[in-house]
Design a protein around this ligand. Structure first.
Ligand code: GDP
Ligand code: MG
Length: 441
């Protein structure tokens, strides 16, 4: 079900079998790993939806993550969805692991920024959104935990706008109903483009329902706001709004697609990741609007000459597997035993949570060319912008509780120097231990 075919098409249109990479990022506890679990379930990659709280999720499956009840390393899983192939990278949200989040954002086609419906907490998104905006990464904001939201979506949107320079475009309005204790709960949403109302279910796709009459004024205001924002980047839509012509849905979808792809707007979706609410809507938006690998490679100014080119965005040293380099293949193909920059690639794997599925060939997909030799320890070729040098002091997992508690001490290792390529601006030096200071003891 979740097999990525080796002959993957690298570009195309929705349903063409193309492969795209999406980063799930956001603050710690915002619900990224639960959302990943729902995505895997909704796309049929798993037959049972686990939970991070119960320690049964595909993500956060490492012993360290289970023990701490939080993500401590990247979770990677690939799925097939409506004829396309997807790899989701769920980065740990804790600030100590921010380097991992930036590493995944560097290689993704689009990002989903997961946040809680709490306006006072949006400030935690600032560094993430700055990185995303500086690098022009198309991103969707997913306001999660809508089931337990107390704040109004309007207030949340205003708060989000204060930490983002991109225009927030709300795609849905929540349908609320009073609860017996005098509060309110969200029971569904209205899609502002299709103008259809849906009722959430505790699992599975939401039910299409009749538009509640009382939501019409709110829906009208939110839709007008959405169209006005989109028209800032499209004169045709602007003309139609001025002349009071109802725009075609196809024009609205096209504008959303183009303006999202160009990182001019940040669409905002609602949902509850741990109960599949809004997950299929999110997947559909990704399916139609996520740029393909060739577009992302262009955004990254990577050469497109068909030569095998991969980017290593993370290196893991594991007790039983040895050294594993997480790579995204941008063009061409990698195969076992292939020589890259004079170094031999060991085995190739596709990760699915903690599982490593062996691959013969990898094309345009994140994979793990693993090598027990120091083969990948030195620069492979100029196509690997981040050559990784081994940090001999790095132990994974940390062996004792004492190691963990002393881990908060500042890292004293000098930053890793990255050789400068004449054709590429010098990357910022990063510490070999920046993944978690804990590991540099
Ligand atoms: N009420 C509610 N709780 C959620 C939702 N999604 C996740 N959670 C809870 O939030 C906590 C953190 O979730 P997790 O997925 O581990 O967050 P992460 O740190 O961002 O990966 C867990 O206790 C989840 O059960 C949601 O949609 N609604
Ligand atoms: Mg997590």
């Amino acid at each position: 079900m979740n097999d990525i075919r080796p002959e993957t098409i690298t570009g195309g249109r929705p349903g063409s079998g193309a492969h795209r990479v999406v980063a799930l990022c956001g603050p710690y506890l915002s619900g990224k790993t639960s959302l990943l679990e729902s995505i895997l379930y909704a796309t049929g990659a798993i037959g049972r939806r686990g939970s991070t709280r119960a320690g049964t999720s595909i993500g956060d499956g490492a012993a360290e993550a289970r023990k701490r009840g939080m993500g401590t390393e990247l979770n990677i899983a690939s799925v097939d969805y409506l004829g396309d192939q997807w790899t989701f990278l769920d980065a740990p949200g804790s600030i100590e692991f921010q380097h991992d989040a930036f590493a995944t954002l560097a290689v993704c086609d689009a990002a989903v920024v997961v946040c809680e419906p709490a306006p006072e907490r949006v400030v935690a998104l600032t560094p993430l959104l700055k990185y995303i905006e500086d690098n022009h990464i198309p991103h969707i904001i997913f306001i999660n935990k809508i089931d337990s939201a107390e704040a109004r979506v309007r207030d949340m949107l205003a708060a989000l706008q204060t930490v983002s320079s991109r225009k927030m475009v709300l795609r849905q309005v929540p349908i609320r109903r009073p609860t017996s204790d005098g509060g309110e709960e969200t029971i569904g949403y209205v899609d502002l483009v299709s103008e259809r109302a849906y009722r959430y279910k505790s699992s599975g796709a939401s039910d299409l329902i009749e538009m509640p009459a009382e939501i019409l004024p709110r829906e009208g205001d939110a839709r007008r706001e959405m169209l006005e924002t989109l028209s800032e980047f499209d004169d045709k839509l602007l003309e139609q709004l001025i002349e009071d012509i109802a725009p075609e849905k196809s024009l609205i979808y096209r504008d959303l697609h183009d303006e999202f792809g160009a990182d001019q707007i940040a669409p905002v979706l609602l949902g509850a990741g741990d109960r599949e609410n809004g997950v299929r809507r999110l997947l559909k938006a990704l399916r139609h609007d996520t740029p393909f690998v060739d577009v992302t490679a262009k955004r990254r100014s990577l050469p497109s000459n068909g030569v095998a080119m991969a980017e290593c965005f993370k290196v893991l040293h594991q007790a039983h597997t040895g050294k594993l380099s997480l790579c995204r293949v941008w063009s061409g193909a990698l195969s076992e035993g292939q020589s890259l920059g004079g170094q031999r690639v060991g085995a190739l794997f596709r990760p699915f949570g903690q599982r490593l599925d062996k691959l013969g060939v990898a094309r345009s997909m994140p994979c793990r060319p693993a090598s027990r030799s120091p083969a990948l320890a030195s620069p492979l070729s100029s196509t690997f912008p981040r050559p990784i040098r081994r940090c001999s002091a790095w132990r994974w997992p940390p062996r004792t509780a004492t190691t963990r508690s002393s881990s908060r001490a500042p890292c004293t290792k000098s930053p890793r120097r990255i050789p400068r390529s004449p054709s590429r601006p010098a990357p910022r030096p990063t510490s070999c231990c920046s993944r978690a200071r804990a590991r540099c003891t």
